[in-house]
Design a protein around this ligand. Structure first.
Ligand code: CA
Length: 238
């Protein structure tokens, strides 16, 4: 049975959840299993989003924030381990639990080597899956103070950038907040309105976004923040 393609969400309108429900992405092409996991995780208090193929999973993983991703290894369009590699190469650190019908030890090692936090072989115990998803989302909510980007890393606690050549540069609170937001979602194009809402919520003047982009570029060079014409900004590289 064919289901119509789901509309692609516009990442410019991506917003941080205001309630406490943790969002989990389930990438699973077996619709019975996906439906069961969806119902089960919802009943456990998670917000669930489903992806039926690997392309969709990669797109959602790059453009939305999740507490954890449950990723089937055998997916159409793009296989699970390629989704995993694609996310990790783009700097997405969301904890990922790989599900697989292949449960042999080398298979498990493949998944962990590709950047998965956990691995569960099918058929699995449903309570065990929920327990592991819970553990992963708890780990994700622990603050990760260091964010890497091409050319350096930002320590969000000391608000210091350390360049790959070892040079350290101090940032103001707002510069750090803006750089962190861009660097944690390197594939996302942010509109000014979104950055205003997420980084400068207390400011009235939309021009504050351009002002702080300018500050960052003055400290690090123009290439640190890319301008996407007609849309907004995206993380660049040094
Ligand atoms: Ca599958």
């Amino acid at each position: 049975m064919n289901t119509p393609a789901e509309p692609v969400p516009d990442s410019r309108f991506y917003t941080v959840d205001v309630d406490d429900r943790v969002r989990v992405l389930i990438a699973e092409d077996d619709s019975r299993l996906a439906g069961m996991l969806d119902a089960l995780l919802r009943s456990e208090g998670f917000d669930v989003e489903l992806a039926r193929d690997g392309q969709r999973a990669l797109h959602l993983g790059l453009t939305s924030a999740y507490g954890a991703i449950v990723l089937d290894r055998g997916l159409p369009a793009l296989e699970g381990l390629d989704v995993l590699r694609g996310l990790r190469e783009s700097g997405v650190t969301t904890p990922i639990l790989v599900l697989s019908a292949l449960g042999t030890p080398p298979d498990r090692v493949d998944g962990l080597n590709a950047g998965a936090e956990d691995y569960l072989a099918k058929p699995f115990d449903i309570d065990e899956l929920v327990a592991r998803v819970r553990a992963l989302t708890r780990r994700a909510s622990a603050v990760v103070p260091t964010v890497r980007f091409p050319g350096g890393r930002l320590d969000t606690e000391s608000r210091t950038v350390t360049l790959d050549d070892g040079e350290r540069i101090a940032l103001s609170e707002r510069e750090s907040a803006l750089l962190e937001r861009l660097a944690r979602r390197p594939a996302q194009v942010f509109s000014r309105a979104l950055l205003l809402e997420e980084v400068f919520a207390d400011a009235d003047d939309p021009g504050v976004v351009d002002t702080y982009v300018h500050h960052l570029r003055r400290k690090f060079g123009r290439s640190l923040v890319e301008t996407v014409r007609g849309v907004g900004y995206r993380m660049g590289s040094l």
